[in-house]
Ligand binder design. Structure first.
Ligand SMILES: Cc1cc2nc3c(=O)[nH]c(=O)nc-3n(C[C@H](O)[C@H](O)[C@H](O)COP(=O)(O)OP(=O)(O)OC[C@H]3O[C@@H](n4cnc5c(N)ncnc54)[C@H](O)[C@@H]3O)c2cc1C
Length: 495
């Protein structure tokens, strides 16, 4: 049994285990001087803890110093595959497809910009993909505060993705495999029977056998034939220099569901009890920590202002005084809902393709894992024989990414999201109390989207077995409708 349960409150100020030393400093670009800029210093000194919301992030958007091969307009404007977007999904797919000898062009208005989001992954996920050298910090354990009296210590290592290293690695693999880049925004996609074309904001027009949209959540090229009815994860995150913090340096805090901080903000408590948020924290050292107040999933989306207010109250209660904000992020992740129409003329990968885990919002590791499979399917169609194009190509590509088994598993993860949407704070606590008692195979597999449909049903039974009586009642009362929908959708998929 890999997860340990301690019923006593954690020794928050102690660091009982040696911290896992990062392979490289997590933020080599940070100045070592401790003093924040004068403007920020004045603000911090003249007001209370809550002013961290007013602090200007110190870091500025960075551009990578890397030579990428650009598409030469004098060359033929025809490729085998065009990838829209140079986010994690687009670059991973581009380098994988090009690795099969296929001509790929990747377009992005700013292909060398640093990705803005902070990505966290389970270390085993990145290890199995050979990407663990792209983690700038790992924690050997994670922990979950269920409430003030119960904390679970989970024997699963967590890592923070080094965005710069991952992007440089993918760009370098793209360059090695012959991917061409074009710096532009795609406006329009058109299709003929066997060829598609794109028009860009700089007037460029390119053609390809297959267009893959990897433009993220704001994609406008992928179509749906069912109402989307998504849930939303929304969070406010800061990478902050702090005077001190109470977190163990060898543990990543996956979820803190405690609400004692709302004792000082009673007006926030009723809504939090109904629509709870938790703290996610990555302690890098005793003065540097990434903190994110997160609504796991809500529909309609919880107010961002309220999330920030809760975060202010929580940090104040934890005695965390923010000296400087190095980075901040507004995280909005659409989750669940139906898959895009399968098939359709534009293929998709990443945030707009249904890969986002409907119950957790995790996407990056799964995208890195699935892109090679999609690339292989594309290569089977567009490889040296080049026999399969048009509708059969779209059909194969979409079904390669979403075979029946994976679509049914996703229905189960959607069911997970629909269940979470129905739980209040206490119900959520009871749920995770039982969830992290599951065998690691189940909870690891669930969070990493790698359980088969059969395993997911077994996991559900086991979860029910581990649940408290109240939690069982919750499930019996709240799950039948989402479960019936899931079964119906699975049956429709199978037809
Ligand atoms: C703040 C935040 C934090 C997150 N944290 C995590 C996490 O910790 N772990 C995790 O697994 N997932 C996380 N996610 C979810 C998900 O992994 C990310 O959203 C991830 O960035 C999705 O990758 P992507 O490549 O699909 O899209 P994006 O990263 O959004 O990249 C899309 C790219 O397409 C480009 N583009 C957009 N439109 C066009 C166009 N018309 N033409 C050309 N290019 C275009 C954009 O410039 C961008 O470079 C997070 C999401 C957010 C928003």
């Amino acid at each position: 049994m890999a997860s340990l349960l301690r019923l006593s409150p954690p020794t928050l100020l102690s660091t009982s285990r040696p911290c896992s030393s990062p392979a490289k400093p997590p933020f080599p670009h940070l100045p070592t001087k401790k003093n924040p800029p004068r403007k920020n210093l004045q603000r911090v000194q003249s007001s209370s803890f809550s002013t961290f919301l007013d602090l200007e992030p110190k870091s500025k958007p960075e551009s990578l110093d890397f030579e990428i091969p650009f598409f030469n307009p004098a060359d033929r404007h025809r490729f085998d595959v065009i990838v829209i977007g140079a986010g994690p999904a687009g670059l991973r797919l581009a380098e994988q497809v090009a690795g099969h000898g296929i001509k790929v062009c990747c377009l992005d208005p700013s292909p060398l910009s640093m990705w803005p989001n902070n990505y966290g992954v389970w270390v085993d996920e990145f290890e199995s993909l050979g990407l663990d050298d792209c983690l700038d910090k790992t924690w050997p354990m994670t922990c979950v505060h269920i409430n003030d009296n119960k904390t679970k210590y989970l024997d699963r290592a967590y890592g923070r993705v080094n965005r710069k290293d991952l992007k440089l690695k993918l760009l370098s693999d793209c360059a090695t495999n012959g991917v061409k880049f074009h710096k532009a925004k795609v406006w329009k996609v058109d299709h003929d029977e066997f060829v598609s074309s794109i028009s860009c904001d700089d007037g460029t027009e390119l053609k390809a056998d297959l267009i893959v949209d990897a433009s993220g959540f704001s994609s406008k090229f992928v179509e749906y034939d069912k109402p989307r009815n998504q849930g939303y994860q929304i969070a406010h995150g800061i990478l902050a220099e702090v005077d001190r913090h109470p977190f163990d340096l060898d543990k990543m805090l996956l979820m803190d569901w405690r609400d004692s901080h709302l004792g000082n903000e009673p007006s926030l408590r009723p809504h939090n009890s109904k629509f709870p948020t938790f703290l996610y924290a990555m302690p890098f050292d005793s003065n540097l920590v990434f903190l994110e107040e997160t609504s796991l999933v809500s529909r309609p989306m919880l107010s961002y202002t309220e999330i920030k207010k809760r975060m202010v109250a929580r940090l104040r209660h934890l005695g965390i005084k923010v000296r400087a904000v190095i980075e901040d992020e507004k995280c909005v992740i659409p989750m669940g809902g139906p898959l895009p129409r399968i098939p359709q003329n534009v293929m998709a990968i990443g945030g707009n393709s249904g890969i986002v885990h409907p119950s957790t919002g995790y996407t990056v590791a799964q995208t890195m894992a699935l892109a090679p499979f999609l690339a292989e399917t594309i290569a089977e169609c567009l490889g040296s024989t080049r026999m399969i194009r048009g509708t059969p190509l779209y059909h194969k590509a979409w079904n390669g990414l979403w075979p029946l088994e994976r679509r049914c598993s996703r229905e189960y993860y959607n069911f997970g999201m629909e269940t979470l949407l129905k739980l209040d704070l206490n119900g959520t606590r009871r749920f995770f109390d039982a969830f992290f008692e599951l065998k690691p195979h189940y909870w690891h597999g669930f969070l990493s989207s790698r359980l088969s449909v059969g395993e997911l049903f077994m996991m559900g039974i086991s979860l029910f077995g581990h649940a408290s009586t109240t939690s069982k009642l919750d499930m019996v009362r709240k799950c039948p409708a989402p479960m019936a929908r899931m079964m119906g959708n699975m049956a429709l998929e199978a037809i």
